[in-house]
Design a protein around this ligand. Sequence first.
Ligand SMILES: [Ca+2]
Length: 226
Amino acid sequence: MTTIDRPMPRARWARRVAPIAALISAAALVVSPMSAIAATPYGSNLVKNPGAQEGSASSSGNGVVNIPRWSTFANMTVVKYGTSGFPSKSKGNAINGGTKFFSAGKLDPGLGQCGQAEQVIKVSGRNSLIDSGKIKVSFSGKVAASGPAVAHLDLFFRDANNHGVGTNGIQKTVKGSGMTFKSISASKKLPKGTRTLRVKLWADGVESGYCKAFFDNIKVTISKVS
Ligand SMILES: [Ca+2]
């Protein structure tokens, strides 16, 4: 047996690392003035693309589209009001829903799951107020669930490392609303250590291979407890 010596990969590695290191230090220079991040405002909706109005829609409701600002799982999608088999334009108008809404989509038969969408909100500049129990979060949305579907609207409270804090968050469900959107809202004081809020739209309960859970106008605001 001979000893295998491979100087070349090491040399290639070094050539690759040097420019990357240079890039990282350049990025650090650009980013460092941003460390004085503005405090998360009170009273403003912290959810981006809260009503599925950005991006495109699936014309049939069965396809999957990219949903800007959200991380999605399985067949979460966006559908236009008035699409056959989905909430009508008048149902949308009744909630100021614009033209589109989130749909939990077709059941993914491989995963055995309905679609999910998540968005992480970092809360900045409010650490000491949060840790002294002085910040409240309000969470709301319009949610519909037809047939056997159960629509879940969750807001998880997490620390800077995405670990749990004293309270898991707010979990709400809607079922049996047909195509009519229900107004869901709740508020809670943020527990000590909360640094991120994770919004999650998801569903279970399937009819004819489709998860008929629909969401629109998701809102998360923080305020100071007086
Ligand atoms: Ca909408």
